[in-house]
Write a protein that binds this ligand. Sequence first.
Ligand SMILES: [Zn+2]
Length: 380
Amino acid sequence: MFRTIFGFFQSIILVITLFTTSGQFLPSEFGCYLRRLDRMGIYNNSTRDSVPQTEFYDLILDHFSQERDDGRTPKAIMIVYDGARADALVNTVDSSESAIFQLQREGGHIYHMHTGGPNLRNQQGVDTAQGFATMLTGRWAFGDDGHGVFSNSHTKPADGPPLIFQPLLEGGYVDSAAFIVSWNGHFTRTNADGVGTANYSNDVALFQQLGLTDADDPAQGAMRWSMNPNDAATTASTIEMLEDPDGPGFLVISLEYTDSAGHRYTFGNHRPEYVQAFHNAERAGLDMIEAIRARPTYEQEDWLIMITSDHGGFSHYHGRQFQVTRQVFLAVNRNLPGWGACDAPSVITWPNVLTVGGIVVLAAINVFAIFRFGRILFAA
Ligand SMILES: [Zn+2]
């Protein structure tokens, strides 16, 4: 009787243990992903001190609002390599055509960051829309103050938190700003009736009401919503704006190279097409950085240059919570105090707590079982 109950109980524990670890270890490439990232020797912090994607909002706002003794004008650019995994950086570490390592060679830092919510519980899907909305609002999707974009097909509610463009423009920190993309889900997608169904359809309308975006052409005005046919055109549009001395003081760019290659050929460094796509993104990013450096007014400006990713991926997908989809990177042209330190926000992963707890209970039961089995033997 005791052994029947005991065997049943042990099976339950075993199932719980396997279940809680499966989220991290199911496909073979997931094994020890965080440890592999830490061993790359590229990042300035450890994955344990991974910084939440929500931090972008304050990072950018602080850059524009800080006091400057040298009189330089603050400017910022955020270049997003859509779907670039945190381990993709090994592909260009020795390349002369890398925007990321150009920043690092000039004293910049590279940080582990994560999307998807504070931990591995499935709080926020790991897709383009959720990631961008988190970067641009400083909030996760969920909660009373969340941005509410839970999938690529969602539209951010009209009463949701403001996109960072708004305080920068209304606060007079920049005269103009631009969001430059080639995926229609960001702000141009409509349904059959022509009603906006994009992530920021409400925001475009709001900016038009505020007089910040042209009422007839969303690509014009103080806030420019620039939709392009492909990455080459996105890059050309960005460089054109950077070459204009009176161009936008804050730019957000999305390059689709890695996401497109990942969905088509699979995400990961094992795929030459994915690796080539990462090189293409890096080349485009470097062209943008060079355009910034070539500005006649560059010496009088203080550019915050950020290169990041909205999410990772595996197989042909992203969206679910795994370390390979959650972990992203930030390459930035400066040292961010606190981001590399051990007191930076760390990730508490409940599956790990449950896993360790499960293993401890299992071990205790096994020790008890051996002890009891020995007593039966000796009694006989
Ligand atoms: Zn994406």
